[in-house]
Design a protein around this ligand. Structure first.
Ligand code: FAD
Length: 668
């Protein structure tokens, strides 16, 4: 199983006893995103130190933040890869499947579960978190899953594809993303939460908008009653709630929070609270040991996001390397904002800033388009915002909250009327923003840093990501990075969207032609005979076009098997959608050749109309599918679902009608 999950192997060598070399050794325990960031910074800030990274998972380092997009089939395994960028023969050694079990603080040595020893001069603990499992009966049943690691995600992918009723417990960001990613056409997903979704951060009305959007995706929401037990004979079969009510289920996914991994720190006597207690340089109670990321507790706070971890890594590594390199102005860690941005395709949703200092609130809502925007102000200063549905001012708004910008009364009136805070003409592209403009919120990468990297020859989004880290976390700044590079905006949701849109529109035009054009005339004399008529009236050519049409129908039917039969899961579904739409368009062209714009009579007329209706609905589904990720309007998005259902219903009648048509041609 481990082999199946392995990301490409790491080329890094091992460092056995580096203190012999006379260079300092900096060890990092934990190869999650924050541990990897530390290793990168240590190599960068120290010109000579050896860096050793230990991870206990079987895979090479990966980006945990992107797991929900991987589960939702929006990213491939390779997209998760999160290596330390260094020369193969560098001062770096990385180890997977190596769990550190003991820290001998007196001799400054790490000991792993296999007895291996690693001396260190400075140690960074980046052990992250573990899923918090509720203390109720049944959590150890075989089909109860956590959602934290790549291995968990692989298990959930198998579960998602097996068409069952899946109950996701917990409606925080993780639960919402998991439920949306697990929903397929064939399964049923229920999101169960004892409290409000996103812990009430959206407010009642915002929660209702998000709930509607989730319902439109097909996820059922059930809030209120706490879960009391998971019941079943070896496997989870039923959820029992505190009020005695029950719900049957085939599998349970626990998204019930996390708990900092502090066992290693505790066992060697470091001061711990809920996390490992640190000062503003992320130093623990032992001056040679630092703690960063989700395992660290700073000023009585534990952050459950990656951006604070990156900021802590910056302060910690600058402090460790302060003597080896002249770092200009190393800054201590002072705490981080905790904005939330959900990564659910089709449902942009974010909570920006806080509500602590908020004195007034302004709301814009558009029920039809599923838009909800709430602005929090302290005096005239914007201190926070919540939005559900697309908001093209969101980036600028984030910057305004971070800078503590003020707004005038006219802007607020416009906001309540139109949902816009700034005049449209005042809104400018990324190129017109100042260098300080923050493009990647997760990694704190400004437009200025990106421009510097571009001027140093980084010309693709991937090169820019490697140079600056922009886009390496949630990827939502991808379109801005692309705009800076004059590259096409990445299609974050569906591949071939444009191709499918064009093919679908061409198909709709062909259908209109087939219906509106007068039937092709029969030549009245041999002189007026023209080539096309051979196609329409010559028996041989009629058979060629007829069987080609039949082959197109069979091919599209076979393609749809891919969705239903797991063994046929080759390639990404979007490639097959594109092939399906091209074959559908080709079938229409062949239909025109076969019929010569004649609709036929009796059952042939029924066949023709059924075929045209099926292709019309198919083409409409194509249009809605291709445009879906531009739309936030829930009702518009519902169209795709309904047209798909009509499309399938029409297709069911086709085999019998085609069978009759062929029989009629040959035998009557
Ligand atoms: C599905 C999902 C989606 C998320 N989405 C977002 C998001 O959109 N935005 C956001 O900001 N955050 C998000 N998060 C949270 C984010 O992933 C974490 O904040 C981040 O991973 C914390 O990084 P870390 O390095 O501190 O810890 P972790 O990522 O937990 O990494 C710690 C690593 O250390 C290893 N380890 C622990 N103990 C030992 C030991 N003794 N020896 C060796 N190795 C050890 C662990 O196995 C683990 O691999 C998401 C999390 C999940 C699960």
């Amino acid at each position: 199983m481990a082999d199946e999950l392995e990301l490409p192997a790491s080329p890094h060598r091992s460092i056995n006893n580096p203190t012999d070399s006379g260079y300092p050794v900096y060890a990092v325990v934990g190869n999650g995103p924050v541990g990897i960031r530390c290793a990168q910074k240590l190599l960068e800030y120290s010109g000579r130190a050896q860096v050793v990274v230990f991870g206990d998972e079987a895979t090479n380092p990966y980006n945990r933040v992107k797991l929900s997009q991987y589960l939702a089939d929006q990213l491939s395994l390779a997209d998760l890869d999160n290596p330390v960028h260094s020369d193969p023969d560098s001062r770096l050694a990385t180890f997977n499947s190596r769990r550190i079990s003991t820290i001998d603080r007196e001799n400054r040595v790490l000991i792993d579960t296999g007895g291996g020893r690693q001396p260190y001069d400075k140690l960074i603990l980046a052990t992250g978190s573990e899923p918090a499992v509720p203390d109720i009966p049944g959590v150890d049943l075989s089909n109860v899953y956590p959602f934290r690691s790549l291995r968990d995600t692989e298990a959930l992918i198998r579960l998602r594809d097996s068409d069952r009723h899946i109950c996701v417990i917990g409606a925080g960001a993780l639960g919402l993303e998991a439920a949306a990613a697990l929903k397929t056409r064939g399964n049923r997903v229920t999101l169960q939460s004892r409290g409000q979704i996103l812990g009430g951060l959206l407010g009642d009305e915002g929660a209702e908008y998000l709930q509607n959007a989730m319902t439109a995706l097909g996820v059922e929401l059930r809030t209120g009653e706490p879960l009391a037990a998971i019941e079943g004979d070896g496997r989870a079969e039923r959820l029992r709630f505190a009020d005695g009510g029950t719900m049957t289920t085939d599998a349970v996914v626990l998204c019930t929070g996390i708990r900092p991994a502090v066992t290693l720190a505790e066992s060697c006597g470091l001061e711990t609270g809920r996390g490992i207690v640190t000062d503003e340089w992320m130093r623990t109670s032992d001056p040679h040991i630092y703690a960063v990321g989700e395992c660290a507790e700073f000023a009585r706070r534990i952050y459950q996001f990656v951006r604070p971890g990156y900021e802590q890594a910056e302060a910690c590594c600058a402090h460790i390397c302060r003597e080896t390199r002249d770092l200009s102005d190393p800054r201590p860690y002072r705490g981080s904002p905790t904005d939330i941005q959900l990564k659910i395709a089709h449902i942009p949703c974010a909570v920006i800033g806080g509500e602590e200092n908020s004195q007034q609130q302004y709301v814009y809502r558009n029920r039809f388009r599923g838009l909800y925007r709430l602005l929090r102000l302290s005096g005239q200063r914007i201190v926070g915002a919540v939005y559900i549905g697309n908001w093209d001012e969101a980036n600028r708004l984030r910057q305004a909250v971070a800078d503590g910008d003020t707004v005038i009364g006219r802007a607020l009136q416009r906001f309540e009327r139109e949902g816009r805070l700034w005049e449209k003409r005042a809104e400018r592209g990324i190129k017109a923003q100042p260098d300080s403009y923050l493009v990647c919120q997760c990694n704190n990468v400004s437009k200025g840093e990106l421009c510097r990297a571009i001027s140093q020859g980084k010309r693709t989004p991937m090169e820019l990501q490697q140079a600056t880290n922009a886009g390496s976390v949630c990827g939502s700044c991808g379109p801005l990075v692309a705009e800076l590079l004059d590259a096409p905006a990445p299609n974050l949701v569906m591949r071939h969207a444009r191709g499918i849109l064009v093919t679908s529109i061409i198909s709709l035009l062909l259908i209109a032609l087939a219906l509106l054009m007068p039937p092709a005339p029969v030549s009245e004399s041999v002189q007026s005979h023209w080539y096309w008529q051979e196609l329409w009236y010559d028996n041989f050519w009629k058979q060629v076009s007829g069987y080609t049409l039949l082959a197109c129908c069979l091919l599209t039917a076979t393609l749809s098997l891919r969705k239903r039969w797991r063994r046929l899961h080759y390639g990404h579904v979007d490639h097959w959608r594109y092939v399906h739409s091209v074959i559908g368009g080709a079938a229409l062209a062949v239909l025109v050749v076969h019929t010569g714009f004649r609709l036929g009579e009796n059952l042939n007329l029924v066949l023709m109309l059924d075929f045209l209706a099926a292709t019309t609905t198919g083409a409409l589904v194509g249009v809605f599918m291709a445009r879906n990720h531009h739309w936030t309007d829930i009702k518009l998005r519902e169209h795709r679902k309904w047209w798909s259902r009509v499309h399938y219903a029409l297709l069911w009648a086709m085999p019998a009608l085609i069978g009759y048509h062929i029989l009629a041609v040959y035998y009557f």
